[in-house]
Design a protein. Structure first.
Length: 518
């Protein structure tokens, strides 16, 4: 077997293994259902029509073809052939899997105790409703067709005419951006700033009125996670402290609001605003008390200790022993909402405005800190703590400050979260919530406000919209993080590293003066 053929078979085998894994967990059906909804089918069945499963097979073949052809600088025919080989080999592996599924179907073997998705209807759907031999043959053909299309797409992308067209488009875009910057800067800069701020204010005021309850809830959740992400970004993205139990500060803010502003268990009913302030302060104090004994720890050790702190808080909140004080596993209900000038917040629109205000406040504080002397000290600690200490930076003080401010952000988000939902319980503050916040800042970009917003939309907004993929959230997180580490290790929108440049003095070309010699 020559080298070129081996290079084509290897990605085909990889995609074939991925396809087998997808089938065994039922992920192929979810993708087919998504294709059905995109095509206009509002309520697809649990087993979608064969045409959508065929579209899934072609998509997997395209993936194999692209993987086999993307590093080749050959002619169109050779690249397309490499894609066809990769897709065909992946199809053979898929066909072998379907042959095994057909045997299970014919002999009526019950494997659902091990693989729950492999029902008779599921296996028939995987075979496109055809006879086993015909279904296997169609699968191999579809994968080979998709591989050929993938190779052809790569060849077209690398072709000289398309690259020339793409370069012209990039140059045109850059020229347009430069012209726009020229218009929006200079003497017109103030006018453009006023106009952009006015448009943003109008959008903030009118969009929540027209989104509806569902979208206000989803986007409100995204906004709260933006505040959480900015708080964690202060600790992780700016000062370089890996904190895994960050959701504990969120829980402290939420339970402070619940205990001070709910009928049970104490009937204190302080009101929203005093409870909000106290929740933020208690979260900040908790960050200080946690940080004092941890300032000598770095990296994995700090992550493990903060992870333990988060789990301790969750277990205490869930404990039956403390049910009389924290509500125990049942949590606390009927948490009161805010009022302004006697007007209570009762609708989702009111809470959406409150969350937008919290986001703007968090982004303003974060931006001011990032661009201040404190932010530069955090950056020095993140890059090399030993060098920062040798340069005169009080590392203990600044690391504690980062943890305290980040915890205060989490307390703010937790208090608003509990008030909006009128409920809080220990299951809302699990380890997975901490992983969600850490994932969103890694995906979006450490130390970046736009990156945090994008990460919150990607990891909290999309799962709410695509409910069918909820069981595969961990799989999606893992795949997305692996893809990010390979393609964009700094995140989708990484922060811009500050650049300090010493101005270069122009060289003087004066003739050397003659010296008098006695």
């Amino acid at each position: 077997m020559n080298t070129s053929l081996r290079k084509s078979i290897r990605p085909g085998a990889t995609i074939g293994i991925v396809h087998i894994f997808f089938v065994l967990i039922g992920f192929n059906m979810l993708v087919a259902i998504l294709f059905a909804r995109v095509s206009g089918v509002k309520q697809p069945d649990a087993i979608p029509a064969p045409v959508y499963l065929m579209a899934y097979s072609i998509t997997m073949g395209i993936w194999a073809g692209v993987a086999a052809a993307q590093k080749r600088k050959q002619e169109f025919r050779q690249v397309a052939f490499a894609g066809c080989v990769a897709g065909g080999f992946a199809g053979i592996m898929a066909g072998l899997l379907e042959f095994g599924l057909a045997i299970i179907l014919v002999k009526n073997i019950n494997v659902r105790d091990v693989l729950t998705v492999l029902s008779a209807n599921f296996i028939k759907g995987t075979l496109f409703g055809m006879q086993p031999a015909m279904g296997v043959m169609v699968t191999v053909m579809l994968f080979a067709l998709g591989g050929t299309l993938g190779g052809a797409l790569v060849a077209f992308w690398n072709s000289t005419p398309f690259q020339a067209f793409l370069n012209r488009g990039i140059r045109f875009t850059k020229d347009s951006v430069q012209k726009a910057q020229g218009v929006t800067h200079g003497k017109n800069r103030l006018l453009w700033q006023i106009a952009s701020i006015s448009l943003l204010a109008l959008a903030v005021v009118f969009l929540p009125l027209n989104w509806g309850s569902y979208w206000n809830y989803v986007l409100g959740t995204v906004g709260l996670y933006v505040v959480l992400g900015l708080g964690l970004n202060i600790a992780v993205g700016l000062s370089g402290q890996l904190v895994l139990g960050f959701i504990a500060f969120f829980a402290i803010g939420a339970y402070s609001m619940a205990l001070l502003n709910a009928p049970l268990p104490y009937h204190l009913m302080w009101g929203f605003w005093p409870a909000l302030v106290l929740g933020v302060l208690l979260a900040a104090v908790a960050g200080l008390l946690l940080g004092l004994p941890l300032m000598r720890l770095r990296g994995d050790y700090l992550a493990i200790v903060t992870l333990g702190f988060g789990e301790i808080i969750r277990i205490l909140l869930k404990s039956d022993v403390l049910t009389a004080y924290t509500g125990g596993p049942r949590g606390i209900q009927n948490i009161g909402g805010p009022t302004i000038f006697g007007r209570p917040f009762v609708t989702d629109v009111d809470f959406m405005y409150l969350i937008i205000g919290a986001m703007l406040l968090a982004m303003f504080i974060y931006s001011r800190l990032q661009n201040s002397r404190t932010g530069r000290a955090w950056l020095a600690i993140r890059e090399d703590e030993t060098v920062a200490r040798a340069s005169g930076v009080n590392t203990v003080r600044y690391k504690l400050l980062a943890l305290v401010i980040g915890a205060a952000f989490a307390g703010l988000a937790g208090a608003i979260f509990a008030s909006r939902n009128q409920f809080t319980g220990p299951e809302e503050h699990s380890l997975m919530a901490s992983i969600n916040v850490l994932s969103l800042i890694i995906v979006g970009g450490l130390g970046s406000i736009p990156g945090t917003i994008m990460g919150a939309f990607a990891l909290k907004g999309l799962p709410e919209i695509l409910r069918e993929f909820e069981n595969y959230r961990l799989l999606a997180f893992g795949a997305l993080l692996v893809a990010m580490m390979l393609s964009k290790p700094d995140g989708f929108i990484p922060s811009r590293r500050p650049k300090f440049q010493i101005p270069i003095q122009p060289e003087t070309r004066e003739a050397p003066k003659e010296q008098d010699h006695d």
